[in-house]
Structure formats: structure tokens, C-alpha cells
Write a new protein. Structure first.
Length: 129
């Protein structure tokens, strides 16, 4: 792993995680207060996140490019709906894939990402979207 990537990972690991599973204030800002759009984005994110996690976990372990691309996609979607924990975990997976990290390290990061996605999906369901 190069020095820049190591620093990026260290910064993300040092973050205290006070963010809610879904930051509704951020989502409202993103949608300019349009509650119908908020609901639509949350539903789309909930479905997409489940699919992406499935693809990430079933992808061949040596397919780092596919996994990095999937993590990058999930990161962007998470940022759009205010799911910062998902975005941070996805960024970590993306970096590890770009650096072709070891299997155990990547597996731990994928488990963390899956947990963050699960929390976000549960929060969306609780909102009765």
C-alpha cells in the first residue's frame, strides 16, 4: 500500500462515528425539501445497496477492479442520501481494492460495509418509506 492510501485509510479509521445511519437533514438539502424525491431516493438506495453488497460479496476474490467499481458506486449513492457511514465504509473497501489488499483485510472491510448498509436499510424501513 502506498503512503497516500495508507494515510487515507488511517484518517477514515480514526473518525468517531457520530453520524446517523441516514442524515435526514442532508437528504432534505440534497432534494431541496422535496419529500417525494427524498422517499424515491431512499427506496432506490435501499434496493441498490442490497444488490451491490450481494455483488461485492459474490465477486471473485481476485477481481479487485470490479469490487473497487462497485464500492465507488455505492459510495456515491450513499453520499446522495446522507448515509455517511456507508459512504465511509465503501470508500475503505474501494481503497483496499485499489491497493489489492490481503483477503483477511478486505473481508473485514466488506463485513463492516455490509453492517453499515444493514443499518441504513433498517433506518429506511423504520421511516416507512
Amino acid at each position: 500500500m502506498n503512503d497516500f492510501a495508507a494515510r487515507r485509510l488511517a484518517i477514515r479509521e480514526d473518525l468517531v462515528d457520530p453520524a446517523p445511519a441516514i442524515d435526514l437533514v442532508r437528504l432534505a438539502r440534497q432534494c431541496l425539501g422535496d419529500q417525494d424525491l427524498e422517499r424515491e431516493l431512499l427506496v432506490l438506495f435501499e434496493r441498490q445497496a442490497a444488490r451491490v453488497i450481494g455483488r461485492l460479496t459474490s465477486a471473485a476474490s481476485e477481481d479487485f477492479k470490479l469490487r473497487a467499481d462497485l464500492a465507488h458506486t455505492l459510495k456515491g449513492s450513499a453520499l446522495a442520501v446522507g448515509a455517511q457511514r456507508v459512504a465511509d465504509a465503501a470508500a475503505r473497501v474501494e481503497i483496499l481494492c485499489e491497493e489489492q489488499a490481503g483477503a483477511a483485510t478486505l473481508a473485514a472491510a466488506l463485513a463492516s460495509l455490509a453492517g453499515a448498509v444493514s443499518e441504513a436499510r433498517e433506518a429506511i424501513v423504520k421511516l416507512a418509506v
